[in-house]
Design a protein around this ligand. Structure first.
Ligand SMILES: *[C@@H]1O[C@H](CO)[C@@H](O)[C@H](O)[C@H]1NC(C)=O
Length: 187
């Protein structure tokens, strides 16, 4: 009579814990609400999404790109759009997706994108609680990672790389665990 125990060795346990952590990391990174990834082709019109609270009018909306120092992609304050605060590369190419910014929709449309528009865009929204009895204001910010590429069609390269790495480690760990089980059967 011989018995086979499915026991994980110390290194097997550590490997499994690492895999779990890696999967969690990939999952969290790819679903993080604050960073959206958008891929487009030259000539496309792209929506840069930003959503504030559905309560209260938008008092201030700033869209900036992380590599542009002091100028904005789009700047709106108290009902006016300020073209003079806008970087010249964006003149005439950015407009509000919803001119009324209903329900705090502070998304903008960037028209006729080129490869040079690739970058990380950030929005900052300040809303007063004008419709609410509560005083004070709320502030929201979020980021959009835009990639403009002639190749075009695509999914997030980060997610793909993460999944490939996870799959490889899982495979390696699987081989290791099976080997351990077999060797404990034999002894
Ligand atoms: C889009 O941009 C290119 C240059 O990047 C320009 O030649 C073309 O006329 C533009 N198209 C429109 C519809 O504005």
């Amino acid at each position: 009579m011989s018995y086979c125990f499915l026991t994980f060795t110390e290194s097997g346990r550590r490997m499994l814990a690492l895999i779990l952590r890696l999967f969690t990391f990939v999952l969290v990174c790819s679903t993080a609400e604050d960073l959206k990834e958008v891929t487009a082709q030259p000539g496309d019109n792209v929506v840069l999404q930003c959503r504030g609270s559905s309560h209260g009018a938008v008092d201030l909306l700033e869209w900036s790109r992380t590599d542009l120092k002091s100028e904005y992609v789009f700047y709106y304050r108290d009902g006016l759009v300020y073209d003079d605060s806008q970087h010249k590369a964006f003149h005439g190419r950015v407009e509000l997706k919803d001119a009324q910014m209903k329900d705090g929709d502070a998304s903008v449309v960037l028209k006729n994108v080129t490869i040079r528009d690739t970058g990380t865009y950030e929005c900052r929204v300040i809303q007063g609680n004008t419709r609410s009895v509560r005083t004070g204001s709320s502030e929201v910010s979020s980021s959009v990672l835009l990639t403009v590429d002639k190749g075009g069609a695509g999914h997030s390269p980060g997610l793909t790389a993460g999944l490939v790495v996870s799959a490889l480690i899982l495979l390696a760990a699987g081989v290791g665990v099976i080997y351990k089980v077999q060797s404990s059967c034999r002894s």
